[in-house]
Design a protein around this ligand. Structure first.
Ligand code: NOJ
Ligand code: CA
Length: 540
């Protein structure tokens, strides 16, 4: 089944909008985004012109990590709504002509998941423990962790439990927060359970799954220490051969449904070529292109990554500029020098510069072959909020690093919808304030103040997405680089479509063209100013 005249599946060139549920829109007025809020804003998403939504986890969760600690994979957290609301939402999303991809979190569950509470209660050596990674500690009294692995969020990757008899007992592995015990994928019950969960949601008509830390599920069963193995290219918790069987089984399962559902892996392996074994046709459909997301504002680096992506992965690796885990790209591009990777650099960003570059980056990424993932709020020109008061920070990274890393809340601040309303209309009239405070300066970025203003970033997104749909530039995957000055990217796509992006500090001539279709900022006559991009109908 395909929605495309060329026979390619829908996700091959889809524009997918990431909804970070707790920060998108609040329907019931408790200050936290929810399904009712999202539902009420579906017309906005339809009019924006995206093709699909990806929703971050909506499952029952103690919310130790924004819902990536799941206690029940078959029900919705009451903060967000009910299972019936989710079913309604899936229908409503389809009714407005969009697809819906949900997040699946298979590497770990919540420490409140019945499997884990049963495992702790059962005691050492019991089969309940075999669904996780329980091990005795090292040292005389077993009071040292079983190995030297660290949690991705800081601190050790092991926590010790108290056994049913009250004694200090075994340790369990958690590559993230201690509330997120890693599941043992060598255990057949774990595999069977997740296949059943996938079916549960496919039966409810979701259009795919974004697979959380898709490359971590299988561990080297020896759980070897990592110290002293700096030269090792593969860590014992990542990219293990056994992953491929899991995804082959998932692909078969998904393909047995008529919906053309997609499996998208969250895989941070570097270099990008390491994604290839997952994307050979019998496993994942696609995986995020995080190399692209981390690029500094540098034409050579962009060109190199675009080439590597297209030659090694093909257009199947979607273009991503931001997501709910990294500093918003507007802020990254607004920092001095050539820009920065996603660990925030020191220094105050130049938000005007960042905005200009973010506008140009949009036209770049939407002109490339393949699909594109947008993160909520980037269409409003939101920046990273870097002054959230300590006591309001919810990201577990902050606590786990003894307040050294402030974490990811700065890109998760609730969206501003209405300039004149309390909480910028995040919730209904009379609602509690949004769960994180919004900067006052976001008033002018509220969706309703930008709508209809041709110079606004929101209208740029709308125009670009509209144009992208009407051009058949997406039919083929070909891209031809055009001659361009240093610091400038210029390329042709099928049907005479061209894109030029000036990442240099000088104004440069536009490639020969018959028509300017869209520009990210004002153009001088036939010229492309710094930090500006244009879509063109190329000459001849
Ligand atoms: C990746 C998710 O995007 C992130 O938000 C989460 O903290 C980790 N995986 C752990 O589930
Ligand atoms: Ca709410």
């Amino acid at each position: 089944m395909t929605d495309r005249p060329d026979g390619l599946p829908w996700h091959h060139n889809a524009v997918v909008y990431e909804v970070y549920l707790r920060s998108f829109a609040d329907g019931n007025g408790d200050g936290i985004g929810d399904l009712a809020g999202l539902r009420s804003r579906l017309p906005y998403l339809r009019d924006l012109g995206v093709d699909a939504l990806w929703l971050t986890p909506w499952y029952v969760s103690p919310m130790a990590d924004g819902g990536y600690d799941v206690a029940d994979y078959r029900d919705i957290d009451p903060l967000f709504g009910t299972l019936a609301d989710a079913e309604e939402l899936i229908r409503a999303v389809h009714d407005v002509g969009l697809k819906i991809v949900i997040d699946i979190v298979p590497n770990h569950c919540s420490d409140q998941h019945p499997w884990f509470t049963a495992a702790v209660a059962a005691g050492p050596g019991r089969p309940e423990r075999a669904k996780f990674w329980f091990r005795p500690g090292r040292g005389e009294n077993g009071d040292l962790p079983p190995n030297d692995w660290g949690s991705m969020f800081g601190g050790p990757a092991w926590t010790r439990v108290t056994e049913p008899d009250g004694a200090a007992g075994q340790w369990y592995l958690h590559l993230y927060a201690r509330e997120q015990p890693d599941l043992n994928w060598d255990n057949p019950e774990v595999r069977a359970e997740f296949e059943s969960i996938l079916r549960f949601w496919l039966d409810r008509d979701v259009d795919g799954f974004r697979i959380d830390v898709a490359d971590f599920l299988v561990k080297d069963p020896q759980l070897p220490d990592v110290a002293g193995h700096a030269a090792r290219t593969t860590q014992p918790w990542e990219d293990q051969d056994g992953l491929h069987d899991i995804y082959r089984a998932w692909r078969k399962l998904v393909d047995s449904y008529p919906r053309d559902a997609v499996l998208i892996g969250e895989i941070w392996l570097k270099p990008l070529t390491r994604l290839r074994p997952f994307l050979l046709g019998d496993q994942l459909h696609t995986a995020f292109n995080f190399d692209f997301m981390g690029l500094p504002w540098n034409a050579g680096r962009f060109r190199q990554t675009i080439d590597t992506t297209l030659t090694s992965i093909g257009a199947a690796a979607p273009w991503v500029l931001s997501n709910h885990d990294v500093t918003r790209h507007l802020t990254r591009y607004g920092r001095a020098g050539t820009g920065s990777e996603w660990q925030p650099d020191p220094g105050t960003p130049d938000l005007t510069l960042g905005t200009r570059r973010a506008r140009a980056a949009l036209l770049l990424s939407l002109a490339l072959p393949g699909s594109s993932y947008l993160y909520q709020g980037e269409e409003l020109g939101l920046w990273e909020v870097e002054d959230i008061p300590d006591e309001l920070i919810a990201d577990p990274i902050f606590e786990r690093t003894d307040h050294f890393i402030r974490g990811r809340d700065g890109c998760r601040v609730p969206l501003p919808w209405q300039a004149a309303a309390a909480g910028f209309g995040f919730g209904p009239a009379g609602a509690k304030p949004p769960w994180l405070p919004q900067p006052e300066a976001w008033r002018e970025l509220a969706a309703d103040s930008q709508a209809g203003d041709p110079d606004s970033i929101l209208e740029l997104y709308r125009s670009a997405l509209r144009l992208r749909k009407t051009r058949s530039l997406l039919g083929a995957d070909s891209l031809t680089w055009l001659d361009a000055a240093d610091g400038v990217l210029a390329f042709a796509r099928p049907d005479g479509f061209g894109c030029a992006v000036n990442l240099s500090a000088r104004t440069v001539p536009l490639p020969p063209h018959e028509e300017i279709l869209l520009a990210s900022g004002p153009l001088a006559e036939g010229l492309l100013p710094p930090d500006t991009a244009a879509w063109l109908r190329l000459a001849g």
